[in-house]
Design a protein around this ligand. Structure first.
Ligand SMILES: Cc1cc2nc3c(=O)[nH]c(=O)nc-3n(C[C@H](O)[C@H](O)[C@H](O)COP(=O)(O)OP(=O)(O)OC[C@H]3O[C@@H](n4cnc5c(N)ncnc54)[C@H](O)[C@@H]3O)c2cc1C
Length: 378
């Protein structure tokens, strides 16, 4: 699949890989230990252009084609799954603005999202609306010059440091089938309270927050798409986001494979390296096979997205397969490390926990199967 990636993009991916492994990896271990936010590193990520990966060059972004973007998320995730999802969610919002913002404000908003201190977040889920975002209860009421939003959002990645929030809310004055709208909310106002959700199993350097909106104002031109387009926009953004989460999963999986291989060569039992045992070799072989299959599924979905073809089914297949494979691979990585892998001094212990969320967010595995089956049965 080398022809997917130009020489210039290869240089970019290699640069991200070196930076991530050299600088982010040790930090990520610390973020995991003390549950501190990787957003402390945002200024550097901005400097490297990583907050504008999918923004047009004309506006100052890197305008990476989707397959290149996916490889960059994979490299970031190898070293820090928390940084990968922070950038992934920000990029997903940039993409939604690029596709759905009103033409008069689109360029200005994209330029703003590229500037420092303008991290973006995606606030769809609510305490009672997870797999079924269409049941969102957050209200959007018309107000002088725009809208006022009230309600509770939950599980918001980038939710503490973020300034811009894509928010799904319901306009009760519209007919029931056309009442969900998507807004771009500026969180620099008093009508918003945010609280960190602590105690996560993995990706502990990634911010997760709950938000309470109490009449938060959104100007009329910050409505994305048309009234009633809210769910369509959410699902479209998630299609692209799922390629990002699949890439995050295989970054974790690649780190696991590398660690299991080096440990298997180094650890000796019965007077030989454990890599000599067929049981260990099979675990390595299965892991590499699943990793490569995942990458090919991601490349396929990313290429389709890049060429403007519908890719809902392929994105769900890539996300389902890669996230479940990453969990199997992380399990094997711990198994090959024996007792050593059970202790948090050993990185595979963290990777095992980090992998877990990839089958849950941006649609659980059950929801991916539902999407795939619906598309196949059409
Ligand atoms: C760390 C983290 C970060 C997140 N970041 C964000 C974010 O930035 N923005 C955002 O909006 N959300 C975010 N989420 C929320 C995430 O998308 C939801 O957790 C996910 O969609 C599942 O919803 P739920 O947790 O409410 O589970 P539920 O929807 O309650 O599901 C519970 C179980 O029921 C199953 N289930 C539900 N419906 C069906 C069905 N129809 N058929 C079969 N099984 C079904 C599910 O698969 C699951 O096993 C995040 C979540 C986590 C954990």
């Amino acid at each position: 699949m080398t022809n997917l990636i130009s020489d210039d993009h290869r240089v970019l991916i290699d640069g991200v890989r070196d930076y991530a492994r050299g600088e982010l990896l040790p930090l990520d271990r610390q973020w995991d230990k003390d549950e501190s936010s990787c957003c402390a590193r945002l200024a550097q990520l901005h400097e490297m252009g990583l907050m504008g990966l999918r923004v047009p060059e004309a506006l100052g972004g890197l305008e990476c084609p989707m397959p290149v973007y996916a490889h960059i998320i994979r490299e970031l995730s190898y070293a820090s799954p928390s940084v990968a999802v922070t950038i992934g969610v920000h990029s997903m919002v940039c993409e939604a603005v690029k596709m759905f913002a009103q033409p008069a404000v689109r360029e200005a908003l994209l330029r703003t999202l590229l500037a420092p201190d303008n991290l973006a977040a995606f606030a769809i889920s609510e305490p009672d609306a997870g797999s079924d975002p269409g049941s969102a209860k957050t209200r959007a009421e018309r107000a002088e010059g725009g809208w006022k939003l009230s309600g509770n959002k939950f599980w918001v990645t980038n939710g503490l440091t973020g300034r811009w929030f894509v928010v799904l809310a319901r306009d009760r004055e519209s007919s029931p089938r056309k009442d969900l709208n998507m807004f771009l909310l500026d969180a620099r106002q008093d009508a918003i309270e945010r609280r960190s959700i602590h105690g996560k199993m993995g990706i502990r350097g990634s911010e997760t927050a709950e938000m309470r909106l109490d009449g938060a104002f959104v100007p009329a031109d910050h409505l994305l798409g048309h009234p009633g387009d809210g769910l369509k926009i959410a699902l479209s953004a998630l299609d692209g986001g799922r390629i990002g989460i699949a890439s995050q999963a295989i970054g974790i999986a690649q780190a696991c494979v590398d660690l299991m291989v080096s440990y298997a060569k180094e650890r000796r039992q019965f007077n030989r390296p454990i890599a000599d045992f067929q049981a260990i070799q099979w675990m390595i072989a299965d892991s590499q096979t699943e990793l490569d299959a995942s990458q090919l599924l991601i490349d396929r979905a990313a290429l389709l997205k890049e060429s403007g073809v519908r890719f809902t089914r392929e994105a769900s297949i890539a996300k389902l397969y890669a996230s479940e494979a990453a969990n199997r691979i992380a399990y094997r990585a711990v198994q090959i490390h024996g007792g050593t892998g059970f202790v948090n001094e050993c990185r595979v212990e963290q990777l095992y926990r980090d992998a877990r969320v990839t089958t849950i967010y941006e649609g659980t595995s059950e929801i991916q199967r539902l999407v795939i089956a619906r598309e196949v049965l059409k």
